[in-house]
Write a protein that binds this ligand. Structure first.
Ligand code: ADP
Ligand code: TZD
Ligand code: MG
Length: 580
């Protein structure tokens, strides 16, 4: 070839237009919006998407079941105010992730479930494609929004729309459908770059109306027995300093909902947790910040709430007010803006509640705490929830930065009331649904996002829902210590089989006796402990946290120590007159 021809050929090659495709655009769009981690499980048609994410510098945390990847994404969203991303395959993978999406929506956690989907024209004519399902419509009732992107040039705007939907206003779960064909569509790199969108101000402040703030303050100022109720919305809002300042400047006693524990340290002098029933029944004005009057608060009425009272509700959702009972003073806006307006409103002074109210609370609090301390000091054999949790509480006191994941029935209720939290957004539990199965997903999400240790306190039943993710924990060498409260079953392991003719069957609540969950983690190279006393538990937990490696402590608990449904006995329907 002559020198001239050679030059011409090179010029043509250089002129060849640089191309991009759907795979790259999805990753570029996520990265452009500062999303650096995907939780998921690969397969057709998203395997290469996951590979590309990893090779392009994102973290792809690969799970054994999509529900747990989804739960990890949801808790990441709660911790960071950025949507957690879960990536799954079509139909069954999508459905496995959908429980987590619904749970995120129910708990107001921002997440995006992204699933690959099969050929539209085959799915819509129901011609039996591989993993065929109309995922966009299936997701709708369970999500805040459900979208499909059909054209590569819409990937930028589609992802922007999903992000904004997940995090703005009341946060929740968003479904985003990516048909297989979309991923291989091509665009010129230049067109692609131009199509990407960086979301400006994804969580815009929503300033409360000044008259709503004044109305709330007037009500609060006139109260004789005021109470502040902090929910996980308050923890999510990351307005920690203003919330604390407001509580302390007003001197009003407060109650944290379970995931709001630690927003102010549980040891705070104004915490009324130790006399919850008393303050709920006796308060005359209750200011709710980022909590809903749902079943967890007896819907704001009935015996729990005692005499007549008036409510102030601080929330981002205008329709939350009056959802269960009349709200005298709704303050609608983001909690950061609301609390700074409320603080400004009391800058010139606030008369703290009288000694009659605070004194009565202090008296009950001391009495209940002394009673609890006496119960906790006992050392029954076998261990019960109290003695085991005393040991755990004392170890965790030395590491207030540790993330605590908690699920079960008795294992949940006792941990919530016995283990103190000292920092905000460190407690993640069964939440609004009372769901079992969040354990390992939340643990992985919390460990990955925070880079800090996680201790998961799990009922043996609760653990079973996500137990296979121990392999994930070990694979990524995450500093997660899982403690199993092993009472051989759901609520109790001691119930009898009600039909002795079925000799090999046990009670509906019972599991294999003396199961060695510690050996499960050993199968994946983690460290297992089997403990039967508080001293052994304390030693194992201290050692496991210090090692910063995957560990599981099988803590043997008296199989008859629990109560049916933990503290929710009243929610069990009663058997009718028919003989069972
Ligand atoms: P808990 O279970 O702790 O009682 P809920 O999940 O029931 O809490 O309630 C959380 C509430 O917080 C929801 O009503 C939600 O709209 C609200 N919320 C969430 N984020 C914010 C925010 N940034 N500003 C104001 N309200 C918020
Ligand atoms: N399935 C799902 C997804 N969520 C649920 N809440 C339940 C079933 C019902 N359930 C509870 O509400 S608690 C619980 C179940 C099965 C387990 C309780 O047993 P545990 O805890 O071993 O986890 P304790 O310490 O034995 O009470
Ligand atoms: Mg159990």
């Amino acid at each position: 070839m002559s020198a001239g021809l050679e030059q011409a050929a090179t010029a043509t090659a250089n002129d060849a237009v640089e191309m991009t495709d759907g795979f790259h655009l999805v990753i570029d769009a996520l990265k452009l919006n500062d999303i650096d981690t995907i939780f998921g499980l690969i397969g057709i048609p998203i395997t290469d998407l996951a590979r590309l994410a990893q090779s392009e510098g994102m973290r792809f945390i690969s799970f054994r079941h999509e529900q747990h990847a989804g739960n990890a994404a949801a808790i990441a969203g709660y911790m960071t105010q950025k949507p957690g991303i879960c990536l799954t395959v079509s139909a069954p993978g999508f459905l496995n992730g959908l429980t987590a999406l619904a749970n995120a929506t129910t708990n107001c956690f921002p997440m995006i479930l992204i699933s690959g989907s099969s050929e539209r024209e085959i799915v819509d004519l129901q011609q039996g494609d591989y993993e065929e399902m109309d995922q966009v419509n299936a997701a709708k009732p369970f999500a805040k929004a459900s979208y499909r992107i059909n054209k590569a040039e819409d990937i930028g705007i589609g992802i922007a729309r999903a992000i904004r939907s997940a995090v703005s206003g009341r946060p929740g779960g968003v479904y985003l459908d990516l048909p297989a064909k979309l991923l291989s569509q091509t665009l010129t790199a230049e067109q692609g770059k131009k199509s990407l969108v960086r979301v400006v101000d994804p969580v815009p402040r929503q300033i409360p109306a000044p008259d709503s703030v004044q109305r709330a303050l007037d009500l609060l100022k006139g109260a004789k027995r005021p109470l502040i109720l902090l929910g996980k919305g308050a923890a999510y809002a990351q307005a920690d300093a203003d919330i604390r300042a407001f509580v302390e400047k007003t001197g009003i006693p407060y109650l944290p909902m379970s995931m709001a524990k630690g927003l102010l340290p549980d040891t705070h002098a104004q915490s009324a947790s130790a006399c919850r029933s008393f303050v709920l029944a006796e308060a005359d004005v209750v200011m709710i910040i980022g909590a809903r009057l749902n079943w967890l608060l007896s819907h704001g009425k009935g015996k729990t709430w005692g005499g007549p009272k008036q409510f102030i509700q601080v929330d981002i959702s205008p329709t939350e007010a009056d959802s269960n009972v009349a709200i005298a003073a709704p303050v609608i806006g983001d909690i950061g803006s609301c609390m700074s307006a409320m603080l400004a409103g009391i800058a010139s002074g606030f008369a703290k509640p009288g000694a009659e109210w605070t004194g009565a609370i202090a008296e009950r609090r001391e009495k209940n705490m002394a009673k609890m301390a006496a119960t906790l000091e006992k050392n029954p054999s076998p261990m019960n929830y109290h003695s085991a949790l005393r040991a755990i509480r004392d170890v965790l006191k030395t590491r207030p930065d540790i993330n605590l994941v908690n699920e079960g029935a008795n294992a949940l209720d006792f941990t919530r009331s016995i283990v103190d939290q000292y920092q905000p957004r460190k407690r993640f539990d069964s939440g609004t649904w009372g769901i079992m199965g969040i354990g390992m997903g939340y643990s992985v999400g919390a460990a990955v996002v925070s880079g800090l240790p996680v201790v998961a306190i799990e009922g043996d039943s609760a653990f079973g829902f996500s137990g296979m993710e121990l392999e994930t924990v070990c694979r990524y060498q995450l500093p997660i210590t899982t403690i199993i409260f092993n009472n051989n079953g759901i609520y109790k392991g001691s119930d009898p089989n009600l039909n002795p003719k079925l000799k090999n069957d046990v009670a509906v609540s019972a599991f294999v006796k003396g199961a060695r969950y510690d050996k499960m983690i050993e199968a994946f190279g983690g460290v297992g402990y089997h403990v039967t006393t508080p001293a052994e538990l304390s030693k194992a937990l201290t050692e496991a946290i210090a090692a910063g490696k995957p560990a599981l402590i099988n803590a043997v608990i008296d199989e008859s120590a629990g109560t049916e449904s933990g503290r929710l006995t009243n929610l069990n329907p009663k058997k009718g007159a028919t003989k069972s």
